[in-house]
Design a protein around this ligand. Structure first.
Ligand code: CA
Length: 218
C-alpha cells in the first residue's frame, strides 16, 4: 500500500484530495499543521501545501527531507514562485500550482514513485571519486557519504549511467522528472546547483554551455 500524507489547512481541499487518493487506491490521510506532518510516521509521498498556519511550508519541506526519503510534492498558490523554487532547493521532488486537477496530481505521484523504484538493479556506478549505488541509493565521494534528495539522485543517475556522455537538459528533465514536465528549466539549475554543492567537488559535473551536462573525465 502506498501511503500519501496530505498537508493542507483548507479542510475542503484536504477532504477532496484524500477522497480522490483513496479512490485511486492509495492510503491517504490529511493533517492541517506542519508540526503534525513532522510527527507522523514517514509516508511514501507527502503532498505539502506551502501556506500553512503554523510553520512555513518551506521549513516543513526542509525538515521532512532531513528526516526521511519520502517523495515530496509541494503545492503552491499562483504568485508564490519564489517559495516554490526555495522548496525545490530544500528537497521537494516536484510541485503543483493551485488549482490543479486530480488526474494531474495522480500522474505526478506515479512519476515520483516510478523514479524511486528504478533503483532495483543492484548496480553500483563508479566514476573517479564518485560511487552511486542504484539499489541503496547511497552516494559517496572519496568514500564520504553524500545525502541527496530523490531529485538530485535522479539527475546524478542520468549522468553517472554513462560517464563522459553529454546529456542534454531536455533528456535530464525527461528522465528525472517525467515526460509531462512543462515547468521552467531553471528548476533543473536549482537542483544541479544543490547537487554540485553536496558533491563538494565542483569540477565533477561539467556544464557544456548550450548543450547540457556530463561527468568530467577523471
Ligand atoms: Ca494553505
Amino acid at each position: 500500500m502506498t501511503h500519501v500524507l496530505v498537508v493542507e489547512d483548507d479542510p475542503g481541499i484536504a477532504t477532496q484530495l484524500v477522497r480522490g487518493l483513496d479512490r485511486a487506491g492509495y492510503t491517504a490521510e490529511s493533517v492541517a499543521y506542519g508540526a503534525e506532518a513532522l510527527q507522523r510516521p514517514v509516508p511514501d509521498v507527502v503532498l505539502l501545501d506551502l501556506g500553512l498556519p503554523d510553520i512555513d511550508g518551506v521549513d516543513v519541506c526542509r525538515r521532512l527531507r532531513q528526516q526521511s526519503q519520502a517523495a515530496i510534492i509541494v503545492v503552491t498558490a499562483r504568485g508564490e514562485e519564489a517559495d516554490r523554487v526555495l522548496a525545490l532547493d530544500e528537497g521537494a521532488d516536484d510541485y503543483l500550482v493551485k488549482p490543479f486537477g486530480l488526474a494531474e496530481l495522480l500522474a505526478r505521484i506515479r512519476a515520483v514513485l516510478r523514479r524511486g523504484q528504478r533503483a532495483g538493479t543492484g548496480e553500483v556506478l563508479r566514476h573517479g571519486p564518485l560511487t552511486v549505488d542504484l539499489r541503496t541509493r547511497k552516494v559517496t565521494v572519496s568514500g564520504n557519504d553524500v545525502a541527496l534528495t530523490p531529485k538530485e539522485f535522479a539527475i546524478l543517475e542520468c549522468l553517472a549511467t554513462d560517464p563522459g556522455r553529454l546529456v542534454s537538459r531536455q533528456e535530464i528533465i525527461e528522465r528525472a522528472w517525467d515526460e509531462h514536465w512543462y515547468g521552467p528549466t531553471k528548476v533543473l539549475d536549482v537542483h544541479l546547483a544543490a547537487l554540485r554543492r553536496k558533491l563538494g567537488d565542483h569540477t565533477l559535473i561539467e556544464t557544456v554551455y548550450g548543450h547540457g551536462f556530463r561527468l568530467a573525465d577523471q
